[in-house]
Design a protein around this ligand. Sequence first.
Ligand SMILES: [Zn+2]
Length: 160
Amino acid sequence: MRLDDEQRDAADFLAVVLAVIVLACLAVCSSCNCQGPSMRTPNGYPIRQCSQPTYSVADGVPADLVERAFRFWDDFRPLSPTLAGDPLSATVHVVLVSAETSSTVLVYDTSGCITRAEVRIARRHLADPERLERIMIHEAGHVLGLDHVAGTGLPMSAWQ
Ligand SMILES: [Zn+2]
């Protein structure tokens, strides 16, 4: 009999612990505004930006081209990046690198939202403004969370 009581106590204790864990999870989840990858553009593309990003442009990168590239993805409003008043506060940085290819590095939080991005424009691409614009549009798509698509000639085709 005594053992049964102890088992019942243990079961009650476990039930309380589980309830606390579930409530804590619910509190954490409901405090997160991030709708994460479940958000989609009208065209059905996943959005992985969960709050308004701001960007900075390093010296030497044409700022007007960067602006046009972000505006290209109109479906993403109001989550498409805007120019940061203070470059240090920007969550997206567009920089020049001495590399063969341009690329974008993304940082995600645990809910799948992009919290930081660095667009690395290859210095050699500055010599070809038309190609640079295509590349910047492509990288801006990555900043918003878009992946590559199959086929060629599209903004998110792997090769630009
Ligand atoms: Zn790419």
